[in-house]
Design a protein around this ligand. Structure first.
Ligand code: SF4
Length: 227
């Protein structure tokens, strides 16, 4: 009986999420966070994180609502020293920030060979092209798997905070992968509400290392500050 009630609740939640998906992403997020606040629930969120600067605002924004598993899975980043530095800055940030609910750092496997294998043939694509889609897909697939493994309620990614990345492309990939693995993808556009600007302020406050390229070897020399 309890099992049936739970299934009905799950169907209702899924239906509501489908309806809410017609709204602009930030509005969906507003509604959802307000519901969590009203119900006093604190679900578990697997947050894929690309680096400390991008994570700073997202952690500040979402930590009042979720227990967060901060998943650093970025085999696209090269060289290894760069990957290690970003990981260590993220760990330092999590320790330093006053966060209302627990945030656990979880590191994925660093498997750059697999990344190079996946993007073979697309090395020369400009940013925002097919190579980046493959890169998002690889990182979000691993995040969905980790979300399931850790029994988290949702997964999301900090990638949408970058003004150089299209949130709609990332969200479409996230929703498809979520459906494939049977886990809930939380769509976002963290650059809204001045999220990106706030990440710059927080990066200064915590003296975070801010990289000058997206992450892969192909993006070196293409000057910007997010991954
Ligand atoms: S430019 Fe950034 S998103 Fe695109 S493939 Fe390289 S690391 Fe991935």
């Amino acid at each position: 009986m309890a099992h049936k009630a739970f299934l009905l609740l799950l169907i209702k939640v899924r239906e509501k999420m489908r309806n809410d998906m017609q709204l602009p992403v930030q509005k969906q997020m507003d509604r959802f966070l307000e519901e969590l606040r009203t119900r006093g629930e604190v679900p578990r969120l697997l947050l894929h994180s690309c680096c400390a600067p991008c994570s700073s605002y997202v952690l500040e924004y979402l930590s009042p609502y979720f227990e967060i598993y901060d998943f650093y899975y970025n085999p696209n980043i090269s060289p290894k020293e760069e990957y290690d530095e970003r990981a260590s800055e993220l760990k330092r940030l999590i320790q330093a920030m006053p966060l209302p609910h627990p945030v656990h750092f979880v590191e994925g496997e660093y498997n750059p060979e697999e990344y190079y294998e996946r993007v073979r043939g697309y090395e020369q694509c400009p940013e925002r092209g097919e190579r980046c889609r493959i890169c998002f897909s690889m990182r979000l697939t691993e995040s969905a798997k980790k979300c399931k493994e850790l029994a988290c309620d949702y997964f999301a990614t900090t990638l949408t905070i970058s003004p150089l990345k299209q949130a709609e492309v990332i969200n479409e990939i996230g929703h498809n992968i979520g459906a494939q693995y049977g886990v809930n993808y939380l769509a976002s556009d963290f650059k809204k509400r001045n999220g990106y600007q706030r990440s710059i302020v927080l990066s200064k406050e915590y003296e975070l290392y801010r990289q000058s390229f997206c992450g892969c070897v192909f993006s070196k020399g293409v000057n910007h500050e997010e991954s």
